[in-house]
Write a protein that binds this ligand. Structure first.
Ligand code: SF4
Length: 362
């Protein structure tokens, strides 16, 4: 027997047919207390928040349409919400009418993209996360000093394309620990590794270990390239995973850090782990074997989507929610410089703020 449940998604409610709580309870493989371990930190990082605010502010002050190259951040809900306000997402600069306003996404762009936008006479706002810009600068600096760069990251990911594009002649991409075993370099004594900001910390260290075994003089980056938000979210789920029968990660399929959270959860002992964009994608049959459910979300996920998952869980008896806090985050980034002057001229007090950590959570 089934009943019809309405699940709020932070979007218009979507009716769906689910097995009832009574059916799931009858099928449960254990009768112990049900609980949720909610990871903290989770969700929006300062770089994502800054990028989303940049598009919102551009829409508010310049009016729609505001064009955005690629998804501003890798989250369906965020992209759809901004589209509804007048943002137009494009793949490349040549899709943008000459002279229009274009925002570069949080993942960063290569100099070739900046040049293409200039040639088209576009007004641009660069919403690249400052922590991605830091890796770009490292690539430029080390290439200038005749280093060969081994960029650990996923080929085809926008961030990797952008960083690679800073010094293509000096850079090779290393996709995995396995590739570290076979990659060939020109001069093993002038070699540095850099990385994508959203990788698995453990897997990256394994890749570096294998590289260093082959190239003992491999240099480390001046500071960690995997960002604080990625590291903290992975550390929090590592704490929860050994106790969890099920982990639900809220995040989109193209969100590198969300996908990594599923992998890390499984690696650290979660019996099952799934990624969902929205609460309606949660399959209630997952609850049959689950007494303890871990919940987290990727760095591009608004909290409202996590709240929807928690509401669904509570409908199935998971009302005991304990937050497992790994770290407190209070990082804020200034908004892109191209916007700051406009906001100042309009007396917009949000200038200089890039994070919503200063506001109460919804
Ligand atoms: S995940 Fe890290 S690098 Fe990416 S936008 Fe957030 S803070 Fe910046």
């Amino acid at each position: 027997m089934t009943d019809t449940t309405t699940v709020s998604l932070g979007l218009p409610p979507m009716p769906r047919t689910r097995a009832s709580r009574a059916e799931i309870d009858a099928a449960r493989t254990n009768a112990g207390p049900q609980r949720v371990l909610l990871a903290a930190p989770r969700g929006y990082c300062a770089g994502v928040d800054r990028a989303v605010i940049a598009v919102e502010k551009a829409l508010e002050h310049y009016g729609p349409p505001v064009y955005v190259r690629k998804q501003i951040v890798h989250n369906k809900h965020v992209v759809e919400t901004l589209e509804a306000k007048g943002a137009v997402f494009v793949e490349e600069t040549d899709e943008v009418p000459e002279g229009a306003m274009l925002v570069f996404s949080a993942h960063g762009v290569s100099p070739a993209v900046v040049n293409a936008a200039e040639e088209r006479g576009l007004q641009t706002i660069d919403a690249t996360c400052p922590l991605v810009t830091k890796v770009h600068r490292e690539a430029v600096r080390f290439a200038k000093n005749d280093y060969e760069i081994l960029l650990i990251g996923h080929e085809g990911h926008e961030e990797v394309e952008g960083t690679y594009g800073e010094a293509p002649e000096a850079t090779q991409i290393v996709n995995s620990p396995e590739e570290a075993e076979t990659i060939q370099v020109k001069n093993p004594d002038r070699l540095i590794w850099l990385s994508q900001t959203t990788l698995s910390v453990d897997e990256t260290m394994e890749t570096v270990r294998r590289l260093r075994k082959r190239f003992p003089n491999l240099q480390d980056p001046p500071s960690d390239d995997i960002c604080y938000a990625t590291s903290n979210r992975q550390a929090a789920i590592k704490k929860i995973a050994p106790q969890a029968d099920l982990v639900i990660v809220v995040g989109s399929a193209n969100s590198s850090n969300s996908v990594r959270l599923v992998e890390v959860a499984l690696e650290y002992g979660a019996k099952a782990a799934y990624r969902v964009d929205f609460a309606h994608q949660v399959d209630e049959s997952w609850f049959v074997d689950a007494q303890t459910v871990g919940v987290t979300s990727g760095a591009s996920v608004p909290e409202v989507l996590v709240r929807d998952v928690l509401s669904l869980l509570s409908e199935y008896g998971y009302t005991d929610v304990e937050e497992v806090v790994e770290a407190e985050e209070d990082i804020l980034f200034s908004l892109p410089k191209e916007l700051r002057a406009t906001l100042k001229a309009h007396g917009d007090e949000s200038r200089g703020l890039g994070g919503r950590g200063v506001r109460p959570r919804a």
